[in-house]
Write a protein that binds this ligand. Structure first.
Ligand code: ABU
Length: 498
């Protein structure tokens, strides 16, 4: 029995441990497959919620002086998944990354088994070539003129956006790399909409501009940046002698799913010689849909850089984030440190395949295999169908909400798969909509969410924004969703006492 065995009975500690190792791994695999089964069962709870202090009592998390046996290790795996939120459950609408794509997940399993680092071709030859192929394909989807650009996978959309900022500053001030901040005579300023992801503002803080020099451009009632306001703020800062250099447009804002008007923003960037970044971390997947790409992402090929996260709309297993540049060579010249223990120029092979010196990290996780494998399985056509399905599900949900104005209040017509709404409890159904009623609905929203989490039946995000108190943000980005979902949501919301 594996209760009598320890890690020292597994490969590579014992040469004769193949059978034991296989039994151990198959037991782990059974637990994983049971979790996948439960994840896809609508009758299963999404989570078994406990407050942190209670959860700690349910778990044995301590690190022992002497290692536990393999039976305990199997038990630990099982308990961990027992309390994990099933983010691939059909009733999980909580994050921008929902769902569990089995091919992508299989890719992640293989990735863990290969256990390599993406910094050199030397130790990741197949994965480096895959990265080349997939990144080129993604750039071609952005625009034909991007084929000879450059791209890299980064640990999340925020870091992808940071790469865009760094490249923009490097192109305008190449001496910054060696001479630092003193080499820039003047105050750099950047612009993004007041609906953009906070990582854009974070670039200003991390990179020495200060957040006061990240101008939050007002957005319209749909959450789209207003180009005239952008130009006004650029001129305002120029009049102060500042140097406007970077604009980040958002294609799919985090809360409302709005798409900024890229062509108008691109015109302003050209006029004032500013870098145009498009943060399409969330909405980039729609580039794969003939039906929904335009007008949302029209003009994206005019950008200098684009962030696009396959772990969001495309459903790749978390995490998988990409950053693309129209111009080749910038990433390398901006970030290269030429560590001579890794990036020797006299290697056996063409060292242009060593991508590690393009990035600010050293060790880089392999996030490409799961995406390559998923794309092989789906093809462009499968991804296009996936996007169209998500958008159709969104349209269906919006239709169902509109059919029941007494129970639901739709906050705006979504451009993406963010459905923003209030659930109206019985006591407020006859009350005319007003600021006071919004305040009541805003107070109720987290209570409803909490109750549904405690019941384990439904997870949907909520937040306030600068215009309204708490409201639900229902994200449709999981392939597990079918047409019953809104009926289910209506049912669950009506069951929690409001
Ligand atoms: N990076 C934005 C993720 C936000 C969300 O999943 O809700």
């Amino acid at each position: 029995s594996i209760a009598n065995l320890k890690y020292t009975d597994l490969l590579p500690h014992r040469e004769d441990a193949y059978e034991t190792s296989k039994i151990f791994l198959q037991k782990v695999m059974d637990i994983l497959i049971d979790f996948i089964h439960a994840t896809n069962n609508r009758k299963e709870k999404i989570l078994d919620f406990h407050h942190p202090e209670d959860m700690q009592k349910l778990l044995d998390l301590k690190i022992p002086e002497y290692g536990v046996n393999l039976q305990q290790i199997i038990h630990d795996c099982s308990v961990t998944l027992k309390y994990q939120v099933k983010t691939g459950h059909p009733h999980f609408f909580n994050q921008l990354s929902c769902g569990l794509d089995l091919v992508s997940m299989a890719g992640e399993w293989l990735t863990a088994t290969a256990n390599t680092n993406m910094f050199t071709y030397e130790i990741a030859p197949v994965f480096i070539l895959m990265e080349n192929v997939v990144m080129t394909h993604m750039r071609q989807i952005i625009g034909e003129s991007w084929t000879n650009g450059d791209s890299i996978l980064a640990p999340g959309g925020s870091i992808s956006n940071l790469y865009a900022f760094l490249a923009a500053r490097h192109r305008m001030f190449p001496q910054y790399k060696e001479k630092g901040i003193a080499s820039i005579k003047g105050q750099l300023v950047m612009f993004t909409s007041d609906q953009s992801h906070y990582s854009i503002k974070s670039c200003a803080s991390v990179c020495g501009l200060g957040t006061d020099n990240c101008l939050m451009v007002p957005s319209d009632e749909h959450g789209r940046l207003i180009p005239a306001e952008l130009e006004r703020l650029v001129l305002e800062r120029k009049a102060k002698g500042h140097i406007p250099f970077f604009v980040s447009a958002t294609s799919g804002t985090t809360v409302l799913g709005a798409f900024d008007p890229i062509p108008e923003i691109a015109d302003i960037c050209e006029k004032y010689h500013m870098w145009l970044h498009v943060d399409a971390a969330w909405g980039g997947g729609l580039l794969l849909s003939k039906k929904y790409r335009h007008p949302r992402l029209t003009g994206v090929e005019r950008a200098d850089s684009v962030t696009w996260n396959p772990h969001k709309l495309m459903g790749s297993v978390f995490q998988c984030s990409t950053i693309h540049f129209k111009e080749d060579g910038l990433l390398m010249s901006c970030n290269q440190m030429s560590a001579d223990y890794l990036f020797m120029q006299d290697k056996l092979y063409d060292v242009r395949y060593d991508t590690g010196d393009k990035v600010i990290q050293c060790g880089r996780k392999n996030d490409i295999f799961k995406l390559w494998l998923q794309w092989r399985a789906k093809g462009d056509d499968g991804f296009a169908k996936h996007m169209d399905h998500l958008m159709e599900m969104t349209e269906y949900m919006v239709k169902r909400i509109k059919e029941q104005p007494d129970k639901f209040y739709l906050i705006l017509e979504p451009e993406l798969t963010n459905v923003s709404f209030w659930y109206i409890p019985t006591r407020l159904r006859k009350v005319p909509h007003s600021h006071a009623r919004e305040q009541d609905l805003g107070k109720l929203t987290p209570i409803l969410k909490g109750r549904m989490m405690q019941a384990g039946t439904l997870m949907v995000g909520y937040q306030p924004d600068d215009r309204r108190p708490n409201f639900f943000r229902n994200i449709i980005s999981s392939a597990a969703l079918e047409y019953d979902m809104e009926n289910y949501m209506e049912y669950k919301l009506s069951k929690v006492k409001a």
